[in-house]
Design a protein around this ligand. Structure first.
Ligand code: SAH
Length: 375
């Protein structure tokens, strides 16, 4: 039997689902225009008694011109714009803070949502293009021991438009094109499955920003049934699995979600994802000094992943003040990497970005909430 110990508000809990068709989750049926695809938007526009082609204009304003407000949509009549403002809540994230790293140009964004929740996103610059790391939930229910996002639990799921909005706003504010998207910010994308899938559909739509599926990565702590569902969608996005340990026992010490899914089940789901999509799995492994960085851990990890078409991303743990976890020395990280390479495993050590601006997951948001700043 599965238990939910330590994991609050998981799928199947009593927390209402927040959907584009009931965005307040209270049955009032309040719709989120920015989360509708073109056919849904067309239906909505016709319901309002407007001509069909208005839907295309509206869609273009939202998903191509990245308009922040209805007021910008100047080819729509003033009366129609007023009606939209009255009847729909604008879910565009509002910028609270933008921090630019002096070390590597990484930018962190803190946004306020329409209901007062606060989320963070990151813009990272690489030679191959700009990558945005988005949050998929306000807070997180997974409570991984080393992660700042889980402290304080999950507030709510983000709507598709709120995931898109982070990318759209960052592209507008920075004035630079976003080419890659990673769902590695606060939240568990596969614990907000329907909204996350709708987000992917809109993000890759040829009538919208049209980001290629291969330029998108979803990172999960391992919600097995939804990993399998995602595999069945047969998309070309990369799946990253937060592994962090080479055995079920050790994983249990770091990640409460391991109580629900045994490591063997999680790895089977990874193999299934590869079979269905042909996409190589990325395994994320946060190196924590004295916890999972021993020679024996590397050996076990190599054995565990033997024969899998995968890539291992080692992340020296980003210390958070609520926990005493520390990074191994650079030489220990290198030794761990070498040990895996010797076994023929493809591995990189993730370059730390934006260290001077609260780089780790959820740290910026946490700092903001702790300072007690109210929207
Ligand atoms: N919920 C998803 C995505 C969010 S976190 C998941 O679990 O994958 C993105 C990655 O950063 C995960 O691998 C997570 O375990 C890791 N992470 C979180 N806090 C960290 C920290 N302080 N140091 C290093 N990695 C961290």
């Amino acid at each position: 039997m599965r238990t939910t110990d330590g994991l609050e508000n998981r799928a199947g809990s009593t927390m209402p689902a927040v959907t584009p068709f009931d965005m307040k989750g209270d049955g009032s049926g309040q719709k989120d225009l920015r989360s509708l695809d073109l056919p849904q938007l067309t239906e909505e526009v016709e319901r309002l008694g407007e001509k069909k082609f208005r839907a295309r204009q509206l869609y273009q304003w939202i998903h191509v011109n990245l308009a922040d407000s209805f007021d910008e949509m100047t080819n729509l009549s003033a009366a129609f714009r007023e009606r939209l403002k009255r009847e729909y809540t604008d879910t565009t994230p509002q910028l609270l803070e933008r921090l630019v790293s002096e070390l590597d140009g990484t930018e962190k964004y803190l946004f306020r949502l329409w209901d007062g929740n606060v989320i963070e996103s990151v813009l990272m610059r690489y030679h191959h293009g700009n990558s945005v790391c988005i949050s998929t939930q306000a807070g997180c229910a997974m409570a991984c021991r080393f992660c700042a996002s889980g402290i304080g639990g999950k507030k709510r799921d983000l709507l598709p438009s709120e995931m898109l909005g982070q990318i759209y706003r960052i592209q507008r504010i920075s004035g630079e094109r976003v080419s890659n998207v990673v769902a590695m910010g606060t939240g568990e994308p596969l614990d907000n499955y329907d909204n996350f899938l709708c987000f992917l559909h809109l993000l890759t739509d040829e009538n919208g920003l049209h980001i290629s599926q291969r330029s998108i990565t979803a990172s999960t702590c391992g919600i097995v049934e939804n990993m399998r569902r995602l595999a069945d969608e047969q998309l070309q996005i990369t799946l990253a699995l937060s592994l962090h340990a080479s055995s079920q026992e050790k994983r249990l010490q770091l990640m409460p979600v391991a109580r629900r899914y045994d490591l063997s089940e999680v790895l089977d789901a990874c193999r299934y994802y590869f079979e269905k999509t042909g996409r190589r799995i990325t395994f994320e492994y946060s190196l924590v000094a004295g916890v999972n960085d021993h020679e024996q851990d590397a050996q076990e990890l190599a054995a565990l992943l033997h024969g899998m078409n995968c890539h291992v991303n080692l992340i020296p743990v980003n210390p958070i003040k609520e926990r005493s976890f520390v990074q191994p020395e650079a030489s220990a990280c290198a030794a761990f990497k070498n040990r895996l390479e010797k076994s023929g495993i493809n591995v990189t050590i993730r370059r730390e970005m934006g260290r001077d601006i609260s780089g780790a997951c959820g740290q910026l948001r946490r700092g903001y909430l702790e300072r007690g700043e109210r929207p």
